[in-house]
Design a protein around this ligand. Structure first.
Ligand code: DMJ
Length: 640
């Protein structure tokens, strides 16, 4: 740089002044840097960071078009609202009692409520927070269509969603049975409405509502879970009450800690189904708003989401009980169907990207004997423990692989490859035959088998059944046989109990088969998995035994679980003197009763040619991308 000589100032004098100025400026900028730096080391610096840093770095993404305002709302919320402490368990006990559970992870998803109470999982504060993408910021899409058209979607279905005559079977006895199931649904619903309206679940003995802490302050789980069941059963008055509640009272601005998995399968799944079945825009709006609130859970070094998310702040945690802050296979692996549909409806690729990223990582890492262990670190992307199970902690991950393939109109070849690869490894390592000839799925702990099968694992009969047809030609019959054998074993676990309902887990230990041997495994909480497999096997084979088995379950439910004001789980399936657990689970309305109703309906009610069921039995349509394109092109040609 050339300095011009100023009049009356010598060159050396000017140089001196300039270097003084330079030193002064250097000092000033150092001071400013120091001040700013110091702010970040103050204990309460988070709020200051919020002021100085761009909103997206620390704030959750917010809903829809109003995201700007909603984001400001988050900043305004007083801190004490963010963490309601002193949570209670499913049974209303204080969390101290549940602490004993923390030594061993509960095996069921419902136990997530217990998990929440037990494990105030720690957020990994040492990690740099990744930039949170807002859904609106990444509104790029792979679709050629601008907006989702409900009419075009309807036009691409092969059958009317409710079939010819709402699936009414021509056989009078089957129809009578179907009517009975409908009555059970109305009874469950009416009591929920009377005694627990707006709460998450009904406590049928004490005639009150249960809120729990799985849904982060969201309410009305039984309402959201019931929308599609009421609709397909033609319980329209009840459906309309449910719809009105969603419209006027479903508040998504909650600020509690939720299980990402549970909110996704029940709320996102329930709202998506309600939209696809009815075309009500309100459901679409709500589900998109909720979908955005789940995105910050993916802000981890690997993109594998943590299990718990604060729906208000977007902060996420791993479960406290999950070793080394790991994420759970059945949780991060059970987002795909819903997230792909969120992209479909919003034409925003971000949701699909998030779940595809999970898949990418799973494809990359080494799998012991080709198996997928249940615990994965969201920080390192490595497996944390070598525990593999088709029941709790693993279950719906496998289900979502084959259903992703089916839902993509059989275009998602990667999902197909992963599913059949996983199934091969499961068959080689986990599938066992008992001395009495029962086929079952054992659990695997670093190569050592635990000869136990959970009720939750009984969904696998149906899963293997629906995947049979797309397996290698020489394997198709084998898969169908395997599906039937597993469903048979699960039915055995029911018939071997006094109540004809199945226990939470049963064992094969030489002296007993398909029977619970531990007191703690003897309960039945209105779970659907065995009936779910009956429904699929009925549709695939039309063997009347599946309808008979379903009817046995109806009779047992009526006899042992129906109480004066609803349905309740029981503590011991091996004793006739029922001890009720005072809980009508929302999945009883969403899954157990829906699968029973479908079992006694014609196959064209929610035809499997058009729909896949998410893991909470919410039907999601198969995405026929090329048909949608053709419809769009045709419409364009006509208008020109
Ligand atoms: C449901 O919430 C879902 O089926 C989930 O995948 C497993 N647990 C319950 C029913 O048992």
């Amino acid at each position: 740089m050339v300095f011009r000589k100023l009049p009356g100032v010598s060159a050396s004098g000017m140089g001196l002044r300039l270097s003084q100025k330079f030193v002064f400026l250097l000092f000033l900028s150092g001071l400013v840097t120091l001040c700013f730096g110091a702010l970040f080391f103050l204990p309460d610096s988070v709020r200051l960071k919020r002021i100085f840093l761009s909103k997206t770095e620390t704030q959750p993404v917010t809903a829809g078009s109003g995201s700007e305002n909603d984001a400001k709302e988050h900043l305004k919320r007083p801190k004490e609202q963010e963490h309601p402490r002193g949570m209670t368990s499913a049974k209303g006990e204080t969390s101290t009692k549940l602490k004993s559970l923390s030594r061993k992870p509960p095996l069921s998803h419902e136990a997530t409520e217990a998990r929440l109470a037990v494990g105030r999982a720690q957020e990994d504060m040492t990690l740099p927070r990744l930039k949170t993408e807002t859904a609106s910021a990444k509104a790029t899409t792979s679709h050629h269509l601008d907006t989702f058209s409900y009419n075009k979607f309807k036009g691409c279905l092969l059958k009317p969603p409710l079939g010819r005559d709402n699936g009414k079977p021509s056989d009078p006895q089957t129809n009578e049975r179907r009517e009975k199931v409908k009555e059970m649904m109305k009874f469950s619903w009416d009591n929920y409405k009377l005694y627990a309206w707006g709460k998450n679940e009904l406590r049928p003995l004490t005639k009150n509502g249960h809120i729990g802490n799985m849904f982060g302050g969201l309410r009305g789980a039984s309402i959201i879970d019931s929308l599609d069941t009421l609709y397909i059963m033609g319980l329209m008055e009840e459906y309309n009450d449910a719809k009105e509640w969603v419209q006027t009272s479903l508040d998504l601005n909650s600020n509690g800690e939720a299980s990402l998995f549970e909110v996704n399968i029940r709320y996102v799944g329930g709202l998506l189904s309600a939209y696809y079945l009815t075309g009500e825009e309100m459901y679409k709006k709500k589900v998109m708003e909720l979908g955005e609130k789940l995105l910050p859970a993916f802000n981890t070094p690997t993109g594998i989401p943590r299990g718990v998310i604060n729906l208000g702040s977007g902060t996420s945690w791993s479960w406290g009980w999950a070793s080394a802050g790991s994420s759970i296979l059945a949780e991060f692996g059970t987002l795909h169907l819903e997230f792909v549909h969120l992209s479909e409806l919003s034409r925003n690729q971000i949701y699909t990207d998030k779940v595809m990223n999970i898949r990418k990582l799973l494809n990359k890492i080494e799998k012991p004997q080709g198996l997928y262990p249940n615990f994965l670190s969201p920080v390192s992307g490595n497996w944390v423990q070598h525990h593999v199970s088709i029941g709790g902690l693993g279950d719906s991950f496998y289900e979502y692989l084959i259903k992703s393939y089916l839902m993509s109109d059989k275009t998602d070849d990667n999902a197909k490859k992963m599913y059949y690869g996983a199934l091969e490894a499961i068959e080689a390592n986990l599938v066992q035959k008992s001395p009495g000839g029962l086929t079952y799925m054992a659990e695997w702990r670093g190569g050592i088998l635990d000869h136990k099968m959970g009720h939750l694992a009984c969904f696998s009969g149906g899963m293997i059944g629906i995947g049979a047809d797309d397996g290698a030609p020489e394997k198709r019959q084998h898969y169908l046989d395997l599906a039937a054998e597993i469903t048979h074993t699960c039915h055995e676990s029911y018939t071997r109990s006094a109540t004809k309902l199945g226990p939470e887990a049963f064992r094969f230990d030489g002296s007993v088969e398909a029977t619970a041997t531990r007191l703690s495994d003897r309960y039945y909480i209105l779970r659907p998995e065995v009936i779910e497999s009956y429904m699929y096997m009925w549709r695939l084979t039309h063997d009347p035994k599946y309808r008979e088995w379903g009817w046995e379950a109806v009779e047992a439910l009526e006899q042992h679980c129906r109480v004066e004001f609803g349905f309740s789980g029981i503590r011991d399936v091996y004793t006739m003197t029922a001890s009720h657990d005072n809980m009508q689970q929302s999945f009883f309305l969403s899954e157990t009763l829906k699968y029973l109703y479908l079992l006694f309906s014609d196959d064209d009610l929610l035809s499997l040619e058009d729909w896949v069921f998410n893991t909470e039995a919410h039907p999601l349509p198969i995405i026929r991308e090329s048909c949608m394109q053709d419809m769009a092109t045709q419409a364009k040609t006509v208008s020109e």
